[in-house]
Design a protein around this ligand. Structure first.
Ligand code: ACO
Length: 331
């Protein structure tokens, strides 16, 4: 990588809404079972926001916690990137709402949409501004309120997702630390397997779209699953090679939290033992762009990862998209 400076994460934070929906609760809502959900996905419960809470609310709390962790003030922030597929509204962007909530005066703020890969896309974009010396501190946030876009009568989707937000402060770090390599990609052909069809310019909101449930997440689970297993393992391997390292150099894996069987594929490809992989999908389900930063924040606060560890971060999502990076932890 061409760079003047090293870019790394100097602070993390997260925000999970307090309301819990367990698999047992879902048994009363759709034709499913705790046994099916746990054995097919690994998920036991998920968090959901109340009626009055939106994505920017969770994002703002996560951002404040990340700034505290980094020892910075909102005025120190040069840019805000929010990765989300569940913005408060079409525009203004959720990032602009967060900027106003934080009082991060006049710094550029924009949303980035790469579904579950969004946080890593955002982190890689932010790193370019840090590595070239253009900016010093960038807030990257992954935040979602997927519960508001789920059909709670569709067992194929409603059991999988949860709400939450995670944030990271991306800044200059000392030599040898921070991002070591990255990869990103997209397969637009596969976009049809995972989508929220209505509410955009192709199918604006109408009585018809609402009647047909087109404002809900629709997914062909098995197609997404096949893609995910292949790409998570491949991208993980690729960033290790790009960093000029071998699998033996990987200390910890922080993957997107969609399905334990998908995570297992990536773990096995890197020859890592189970205790070297961060898993919280049993508690939160798939929080899309929030999954990776929340996992990273928890891994950091519980000291599962420590200064000097070489981490692989990897995600896949709607689009279809994927992203991964290798990172030497500097906190
Ligand atoms: N409870 C009980 N049965 C269910 C449920 C449920 N909640 N959901 C589906 N089923 C049934 C289906 O109706 C189907 O029944 P049928 O065979 O009679 O038609 C059967 O279970 C499906 O079985 P499989 O296809 O074998 O299920 P699979 O092992 O593939 O697991 C799952 C399904 C969990 C959805 C899996 O495919 C998966 O995890 N896919 C990836 C999804 C994902 O990660 N999406 C993330 C991207 S999110 C983003 O970017 C916003």
């Amino acid at each position: 990588m061409n760079k003047l400076y090293n870019a790394g994460i100097i602070g993390t934070g997260s925000c999970l809404p307090p309301n819990i929906i367990t698999n047992k609760d879902l048994e009363k809502m759709v034709d499913t079972s705790d046994e099916w959900i746990v054995s097919r996905t690994g998920i036991r419960e998920r968090r959901v926001v109340d009626e009055d809470t939106a994505t920017s609310d969770l994002a703002t709390v996560a951002a404040r916690r990340a700034l505290d962790d980094a020892g910075l003030e909102p005025s120190d922030i040069d840019m805000i990137i929010v990765a989300t597929v569940t913005p408060d509204m079409n525009f203004p962007s959720t990032a602009c709402l967060v900027q106003s909530n934080l009082g991060a005066d006049h710094c550029p703020a924009f949303d980035l949409e790469a579904a579950c890969s969004g946080f890593l896309y955002g982190f890689i974009v932010a790193s370019q501004f840090i590595m070239t010396g253009v900016h010093k501190n960038i807030l990257v946030i992954g935040a979602e309120c997927l519960s508001k876009f789920l059909n709670w009568k569709d067992r194929n989707t409603c059991v999988l997702f949860g709400d939450g937000a995670g944030a990271a402060v991306v800044s200059r770090v000392e030599e040898g630390y921070g991002i070591l390599s990255h990869c990103m990609g997209a397969d637009g052909e596969g976009g049809k397997h995972l989508l929220l069809e209505a509410g955009g310019s192709r199918k604006p909101a109408s009585l018809e779209t609402v009647k047909n449930g087109l404002h809900y997440v629709q997914m062909e689970g098995s197609e997404v699953f096949k893609f995910a297993v292949r790409i998570m393992a491949k991208a993980s391997e690729q960033v290790v090679e790009l960093a000029g390292l071998t699998k033996k150099d990987v200390d910890f894996l922080v993957p997107h939290q969609a399905n334990i069987r998908i995570i297992e594929g990536a773990r096995k490809r890197l020859n890592l033992p189970e205790e070297k992989v961060y898993v919280n999908l049993d508690r939160y389900g798939n929080m899309s762009a929030a999954s990776v930063p929340v996992a990273l924040d928890e891994a950091s606060r519980t000291k599962a990862i420590k200064k000097g560890d070489r981490l692989v971060l990897v995600a896949f999502g709607g689009g279809l998209t994927w992203a991964a990076c290798m990172l030497r932890w500097c906190k």
